[in-house]
Design a protein around this ligand. Structure first.
Ligand code: SAM
Length: 288
């Protein structure tokens, strides 16, 4: 039987909190605030119990010692618990309106070629599937419903696994129109709705830490959609990530961020798109 966590667990001291904070920020970018300390303590207490360890630092040493690859699964469990994964279909309507306009412009201007999109920090898949529904709808009008692809990436293995399945409770689909529900979802025997095969085959998912963008062979994107993830990062890190993401855009491609997630920011080759209630940039020139 696993041992209960030790009584002294209730108090993670300041130095210990600093250690955890630093490790988490270094590995995920997430800047943990003091307000999240009780939550961190709770998550670690649960993992201590599961692993029959006793103290916060036992778990810390367990995670940082030995072969990093060996500890990857346990690290994934912790990251999964600590990251905020809240999401929904068509979460920010104005941004999706912008995506719709971009799609129209793309298929109108290009008689051939694929439209490629990337949802960064895609959580359980609602965001990339929303983009895919719009892409399908527009591409179909041009008789090209197979000429687009959407990729969703996230640091959490567990959200990626759920995204691949594409199964949602009915209440999760409140923002999905009845027409889209009928066209893109199948009802399962347990009452859940699953994204149908035709749409799922246009969407792929991969685990990716945005801090490791340097080694990521993703390029030539028509759309990079990154919302509600950068808010957990420090300003300098947001700038760094956005710079790297913008390098992955095709000329003419668009980067859509969450409102207020980036302030006073300019980058040569990128031009702000003036559309109310959105924060988006277009690549107007080749990368240097
Ligand atoms: C609040 S959710 C946002 C989901 C979706 N983009 C939306 O706006 O609805 C933030 C997501 O970012 C992911 N995330 C956090 N840190 C990350 C990192 N370093 N690399 C990739 N994804 C990360 C989390 O796992 C989580 O699924």
């Amino acid at each position: 039987m696993s041992k209960p966590p030790a009584a002294s667990l209730a108090n993670m001291d300041v130095e210990q909190f600093e250690l955890w904070k630093n490790m988490l920020e270094q590995r995920t970018g997430m800047a943990l605030t003091e307000a999240r300390k009780p939550y961190l303590e709770l998550c670690i207490a649960q993992r201590l119990k599961a692993l029959s360890l006793e103290q916060y630092m036992d778990y810390y040493h367990y995670l940082v010692s030995g072969n990093l690859a060996e500890k990857a699964m346990e690290w994934s469990v912790l990251v999964d618990r600590l990251t905020v994964q809240e999401t929904s279909f068509f979460r920010h309507p104005s941004s999706f309106e912008l995506v719709n306009r971009e799609l129209e412009a793309f298929y109108r201007a290009n008689s051939k070629g694929y439209w490629n999109a990337w949802s960064v920090g895609c959580s359980t898949g609602e965001e990339p599937y929303s983009i895919a529904m719009l892409a399908h709808q527009v591409a179909q009008r041009y008789g090209r419903e197979k000429q687009f692809g959407v990729m969703g990436t996230d640091i959490s293995l567990f959200t990626i696994a759920a995204a691949r399945e594409g199964k949602y409770r009915v209440t999760r689909l409140n923002n999905v129109s009845p027409e889209h529900q009928a066209q893109f979802f199948n009802k399962l025997s347990d009452g859940q709705l699953q994204v149908n095969e035709a749409l799922r085959e246009r969407v792929c998912f991969a685990r990716l830490n945005v801090l490791e963008l340097k080694k990521t062979p993703i390029n030539n994107m028509n759309l990079i959609y990154c919302q509600n993830m950068l808010i957990y990062f420090r300003r300098w890190r947001r700038h760094e990530i956005v710079r790297r993401l913008s390098e992955r855009l095709a000329v003419g491609g668009v980067l859509v961020l969450g409102l207020g997630e980036l302030t006073e920011w300019r980058l040569p080759g990128l031009k702000r798109i003036e559309m109310a209630d959105t924060l988006a940039f277009r690549r107007v020139a080749e990368n240097n």
